[in-house]
Write a protein that binds this ligand. Structure first.
Ligand SMILES: *Cc1c(COP(=O)(O)O)cnc(C)c1O
Length: 368
């Protein structure tokens, strides 16, 4: 790629394809693949990423909220879209835009059936979410008789799948909790299958589950972070390629004398003569304030340039005292080599948080 002249998020679709194929190679034939494209496809570009995955014959998409699914439909996505966390106020929109809700409580189940009735629906596809230990969303095993009674009474909806979500599938050293969740899910689907006169398909694993628990792939897997190039473990990361690179260019160089201050609240005071570079990216772009005062860095001419003082809304200033650089030179915040995961670790964060924080005002450049 050419050197950037402004702040840009480059998205490598070849890397996306590579990750998709790598993860798919872990599945047995016939297991469906759902791509999680919530939060702008983990901060990249949901519409473009989804279009590309649709070309690669992905089976399903998932988003968190209804409006994210609407944006994909507006972009021309025709693949089924599961809305993981819909609120009843959006049920009308779900039906109008042919999105498939996750129903996770009696309240949302009743609400959705009522809404589907007013739209005169027949066998509208829905997904039942069960809680197996994350304790975030989902029916419990005790709810099964009532849920199935409700579902069996109506022709308005049809349960397309049963699913649950793992709490710590990346912690392979301590598998006990995950194994209990898998056991619990097995028991849940068997009870549902006994009570229902058809068999919804099953899914449980996220990216780390795909890698670590092949016995729990069931009929479909749901991958987010893996598609974007991270496996939550060094041993997995080496097979994946981060798809997003966040780059910018130096706006101005300043030379501070010993005792000069830098930035808001005079967050940095030069202890010696210091050369600084000002970059057009700030906390409104996803570089949180925690990265300030030496906790975060960018890469300029292959060297680490630490952030000095406080992160501003639209700018950071970095220490380039020992780096040969000039105005207009490129700075890398993260890329395939200097990864988002590595940078995030410096502030006790994770790749997911840094990637999804990249603001929408930053230009996306896709290449394949
Ligand atoms: C976000 C999410 C996923 C994706 O998890 P990754 O670790 O990114 O693969 C899968 N399932 C559910 C229910 C989610 O909320």
């Amino acid at each position: 790629m050419d050197k950037v002249q402004e702040t840009v998020l480059e998205i490598d679709l070849k890397a996306l394809k590579h990750n998709f194929e790598y993860l798919k190679s872990k599945l047995t034939d016939g297991t469906k693949f759902l791509a999680v494209v919530k939060a702008f496809a983990y901060g990249s570009d949901a519409a473009q990423v989804a279009k590309y995955l649709q070309e690669l014959n992905i089976d399903y998409f998932a988003v968190a909220y209804t409006y994210e699914g609407v944006a994909l439909r507006d972009a021309g996505i025709t693949t089924p879209i599961l809305v993981l966390h819909p609120q009843p106020v959006s049920f009308d929109t779900i039906i109008k835009r042919c999105l498939e809700p996750s129903l996770y409580s009696q309240y949302v189940l009743d609400g959705f059936i009522a809404c589907a009735e007013t739209h005169k629906q027949h066998n509208y596809p829905v997904h039942l979410k069960f809680n197996t230990g994350l304790n975030r969303l989902g029916f419990s095993a005790e709810d099964i008789p009532n849920v199935i009674k409700t579902v069996s009474k109506t022709k308005t909806i049809k349960v397309r799948s049963l699913f649950s979500h793992l709490a710590e599938s990346e912690e392979l050293a301590t598998p006990d909790f995950t194994l209990k969740q898998i056991e619990q899910f097995n028991s849940i689907y068997k009870q549902v299958y006994k009570l229902l006169d058809y068999k919804p398909f099953l899914h449980l694993c996220n990216t780390s589950g795909i890698i670590n628990y092949p016995e729990a792939h069931f009929d479909m897997v749901r991958s987010g972070i893996g598609l974007y190039g991270f496996g939550n473990d060094q041993s997995v990361n080496k097979y994946l390629k981060p798809i997003a690179s966040l780059k910018t260019s130096i706006s101005q160089i300043h030379y501070l004398k010993k005792g000069d201050s830098l930035g808001y609240n005079r967050g940095f005071i030069a202890q010696k003569d210091t050369k600084t570079a000002t970059l057009p990216i700030g906390h409104a772009d996803g570089i949180k304030r925690q990265y300030g005062n030496g906790h975060g860095f960018v890469i300029i001419n292959n060297q680490k340039a630490y952030i000095l003082g406080n992160v501003c809304m639209d700018m950071i200033m970095v220490d380039v005292t020992n780096i040969d650089c000039k105005e207009g030179d490129q700075a890398i915040i993260f890329d395939a080599k200097h990864t988002a995961e590595h940078l995030a670790e410096n502030v006790n964060s994770i790749s997911y948080e840094l990637l999804t924080a990249v603001s929408q005002r930053i230009k996306r450049v896709l290449y394949r």
